[in-house]
Design a protein around this ligand. Structure first.
Ligand code: COA
Length: 328
């Protein structure tokens, strides 16, 4: 046992809590066990704050960078109704960034610092948004499968222990469910269309398959943060479990349309677990560390937005106003 908590010394070292007040730590862990939400003013271990901030900040960046691949198709949408739906969706994604930055700010880092860390490469964002949207079918696949994957992850995370993050996620999931419907409608339309429409759809599915498997993070055996995040109920399912849930929901829907995933080994085994070929985890590492096909371009666009929008922020800012952390 370590201090007053049920942690062994070894566990406390792994969780980076050896310096914490054991009484407060035990009370905190009891609250988590009882399923209580932790709120911004409550006591929390430094490592809990650090982990949450890392994850929510990455999530917020993913929303604003994630709007870019689809955003490039607004001017080229095939008709007026598709254009309207896409504009609304992209706008929603930026709004999700707004909600998540507010939730992250409650942990003590300003939005300005977060955006600076996105641009200087200190903060990560989701691997999937570093791939190009080459055809209109990519918009359909992003809307259906990428948003579908995000919903699997976010519905699970929304049951977590940190109040502001959970509340932001509940609202986000509500909107994402509608994105999913428009993505599904778009996929079905192309799948039941001309030979060419089916061909561009199949091509897009082939290109997004591996990034989608990467989306849920490295296999559990290589996940650095899962142990802490799951102990403190920030994450309620492991990377492999979320990946499996996604495959379980979406593979049958793609097969139903007589489309395929580019993996001859993709199948559900007798225990109900999906098996697949190694999705090239080296590619995942390369992409999340800045070496994907569109990383440079994505950050350039964000950098331009920061610079071009500076005068607006300056004009809106009251120099004498004191910064107030949002309560989210
Ligand atoms: N894209 C980019 N980086 C990823 C990633 C992905 N899809 N999956 C994992 N990573 C990174 C992690 O951030 C971590 O790097 P870091 O230590 O430099 O921060 C590293 O890979 C090891 O992964 P792991 O220990 O498994 O990270 P995790 O426990 O945080 O789990 C997620 C990864 C994505 C499941 C988790 O962070 C999560 O649920 N995030 C919130 C949802 C989200 O951000 N969605 C993105 C867009 S909608």
């Amino acid at each position: 046992m370590y201090g007053n908590t049920s942690l062994t010394e070894e566990e406390a070292k792994r969780l980076n809590t050896t310096e914490e007040d054991p009484v407060k730590l035990a009370e905190f862990e009891d609250r988590i066990t009882r399923g209580e939400k932790i709120e911004p003013g409550d006591w929390m271990p430094k490592e809990y704050r650090k982990q949450l901030l890392r994850m929510i900040e990455q999530h917020a960046h993913s929303e604003i960078v994630g709007a870019l691949p689809e955003g490039t198709w607004i001017t080229r949408a095939p008709n007026f109704r598709r254009k309207l739906a896409l504009i609304a969706k992209v706008q929603d994604e930026i709004g999700h960034g707004q909600l998540l930055y507010s939730a992250a700010e409650t942990l003590g880092k300003t939005r300005e610092q977060m955006l600076e860390d996105l641009l200087n490469g200190k903060s990560k964002y989701s691997n999937v948004f570093n791939y190009p949207a080459l055809t209109w079918a990519d918009v359909a696949v992003i809307g259906f499968l990428v948003d579908g994957a995000a919903i699997v992850n976010q519905v699970i995370n929304s049951k977590g222990s940190y109040g502001p993050y959970c509340r932001a996620l509940e609202r986000i999931c509500y909107e994402e469910s509608f994105h999913l419907k428009q993505g599904h409608d778009n996929v079905v339309y192309l799948a039941t269309g001309t030979k060419k429409q089916r061909a561009i759809l199949q091509d897009a599915i082939n290109r997004w398959y591996r990034p989608l498997l990467h989306f849920f993070g490295p296999p559990d055996r290589n996940s650095q943060h899962s142990e802490k995040l799951m102990k403190w109920k920030v994450k309620l399912a492991s990377n492999d479990d979320m990946r499996n849930q996604f495959l379980d929901q979406y593979v049958p829907k793609i097969w139903e349309l007589d489309l395929t995933f580019p993996d001859p080994n993709l199948k559900k085994n007798d225990e109900g677990i999906w098996e697949f070929s190694d999705p090239d985890w080296d590619e995942f590492k390369r992409v999340i560390n800045g070496g994907g096909p569109c990383n440079k371009e994505r950050l350039e666009v964000r950098r331009y937005a920061e610079e071009a929008g500076r005068w607006v922020r300056n004009a809106l800012m009251n120099k004498n106003e004191k910064y107030v952390t949002p309560l989210a």
